[in-house]
Design a protein around this ligand. Structure first.
Ligand code: KIV
Ligand code: ZN
Length: 513
């Protein structure tokens, strides 16, 4: 029988550290439920000492998740460990993930600690946590740039102190696959007692090698791999869960490993995260990109029609891409609506379903055909309960070839109705200027993009924007059959996320945050 590789998902912790990908508690809970459906073995729910918001979300996820192990990240300091343990208290299967950097560059410039001090801090932290929780994972941050001989000492101490999982991160995505494989092999062969622990790898994608390095780590003996949905994460991101899982699955002939992932939930998980974070998926992204299974060249199409194995190494059904593009319309009933949402990975309460169904009917009145992408947009507003300081009440635009573009906007701000108008270089500029004036926003617009969600001139326009204020970056999303309205909604959504993020700003300063 094939050996098992454990999938440790860190979308809600490392993934969420991607600029503009922050999620509120409700959003994290939705993703956590989907991760459970997907069958990940462990989900890292957050970093409780980083902020009250993180603490609360780890606690809520711990309360709700039934089968999958829930992990919380912690530095080696006692207050962090206590806070993490408290957040994990309600979890049925908790795990504390303690980390400290081991590379000389991190020790000298970030931690300002000696090797001996780090060794001692790791051992003490694990021994302290072990008094309260049996399952401890220990990570040597920046392992791939650490002295391997020193890593042996730290890992030996961690295992002796009671860590049952040892994680080797390529924190800055620096390693090459053969090098990383050799490192994991070296640690396995030279660390006394290491066989008592499960070895884990955690790779970042700065050189585009995160998945290759993770597979190299598995070849060298790692039996746990840390990854995120759509590969989101710090900088260039983390190793992508769907790519690792499908590589293990598709090349089982050579690699010989199994995972417990329900691969048909991969696509719903990917879509859900994309909707929630606003992080676009490049069309050529492996496994979940829009073009991942489409064949453009005539010679390829011909081959696939004759026998799909000529150009297809896995089927779209295997990763849960719906085959029947079910089109709904104004005559579709509540039952069909609920059924399609379930196929797309959304479970709504009765109350949420009522609201979403009402919006679906409104949209179906404007648009003849309602596609899956439209449905996703309709339900997101219902299930994501971000506090909304700002709401759009109405927007009127005057623009054309002979007039100066003008927007007049009415908004509800903290329950108070306010109205104003502004000129702009175009209708979107006028709308944004008026909203900025009404809200007093000080942010910078980093990105603005418009997409037609589906084909046709009655398609909903999907607008995404990313804004930044004092180092905080957030995304906003809006969809409407009128793209100026969609633009205003996306800007207001971003401003609401910014407000939310300001209130949950990380308490960590400097150091190994
Ligand atoms: O990249 C990294 O080193 C991490 C650790 C905290 C595991 O995310
Ligand atoms: Zn990381």
């Amino acid at each position: 029988m094939a050996e098992r590789v454990f999938i440790f998902d860190t979308t809600l912790r490392d993934g969420e550290q991607a600029p503009g990908a922050s999620m509120n508690i409700e959003e994290k809970l939705i993703v956590a439920r989907q991760l459970e459906k997907l069958g990940v073995d462990i989900m890292e729910a957050g970093f409780p000492a980083a902020s009250e918001g993180d603490y609360e979300s780890v606690r809520r996820i711990s309360e709700e998740i039934e089968f999958c192990r829930v992990a919380g990240l912690s530095r080696t300091r006692r207050e962090d460990i206590e806070k993490t343990l408290k957040a994990l208290e309600p979890a049925k299967n908790p795990l504390i993930h303690i980390f400290i950097a081991t590379s000389d560059i991190h020790l000298e410039y970030k931690l300002k600690m000696t090797r001996e001090q780090v060794l001692k801090a790791a051992g003490e932290a694990i021994r302290f946590a072990k008094k309260y929780l049996d399952l401890i994972e220990f990570s040597c941050e920046d392992a791939s740039r650490s002295d391997p001989k020193y890593l042996v000492q730290v890992i030996q101490e961690a295992v002796q102190a009671g860590a049952s999982v040892i994680n080797i991160p390529d924190t800055v995505g620096y390693a090459l696959p053969f090098e990383f494989e050799n490192l994991v092999k070296y640690l396995r062969e030279n660390t006394p007692g290491i066989e008592k622990a499960v070895l884990s790898v955690h790779c970042h994608d700065d050189l585009g090698l995160a998945v290759a390095n993770s597979l190299a780590g598995i070849r060298a003996g790692a039996r746990q791999v840390e990854c995120t949905i759509n590969g989101i994460g710090e900088r260039a991101g983390n190793a992508s869960l769907e790519e690792i899982v499908m590589a293990l699955h598709t090349r089982k002939d050579l690699l010989g490993f199994d995972t417990k992932i329900n691969t048909e939930q991969i696509y719903p998980a990917s879509r859900l995260l994309r909707k929630i974070t606003g992080y676009p998926i490049p069309p050529n992204k492996a496994i979940v990109g829009a073009n991942a299974f489409s064949h453009e060249a005539g010679i390829h199409q011909d081959g696939v029609l004759k026998h799909r194995l000529t150009y297809e190494i896995m089927t779209p059904q295997k990763v849960g891409i719906p085959q029947n593009r079910l089109v709904m319309g104004k005559h579709s009933g509540r039952h069909a609506f609920r059924g399609r949402l379930q196929e797309l990975g959304f479970e709504l309460s009765d109350e949420e379903l009522d609201q979403a169904f009402k919006k679906f009917k409104e949209l179906a009145d404007k648009k003849k055909e309602v596609f899956d992408e439209d449905l996703e947009t309709v339900v997101m507003d219902e299930i994501i309960k971000i506090p909304r300081k700002y709401r759009l009440k109405y927007i009127n635009i005057n623009s054309g070839t002979e007039v100066m573009p003008t927007a007049s906007v009415q908004m509800e701000i903290d329950g108070v109705l306010l109205r104003d108008a502004e000129f702009g270089d175009g209708p979107v500029d006028a709308a944004f200027k008026t909203i900025t004036k009404l809200t007093g926003a000080k942010c910078k617009l980093l990105l603005y993009s418009v997409n037609a969600i589906t084909g046709g001139t009655d398609a909903q326009g999907e607008v995404r924007c990313r804004i930044e204020e004092n180092g905080l970056e957030v995304s906003g999303f809006g969809a409407h059959t009128d793209i100026i309205v969609a633009s205003a909604l996306s800007y207001i959504d971003a401003l609401n996320h910014l407000e939310f993020k300001k209130q949950n700003r990380s308490g960590l300063k400097g150091e190994e945050a």
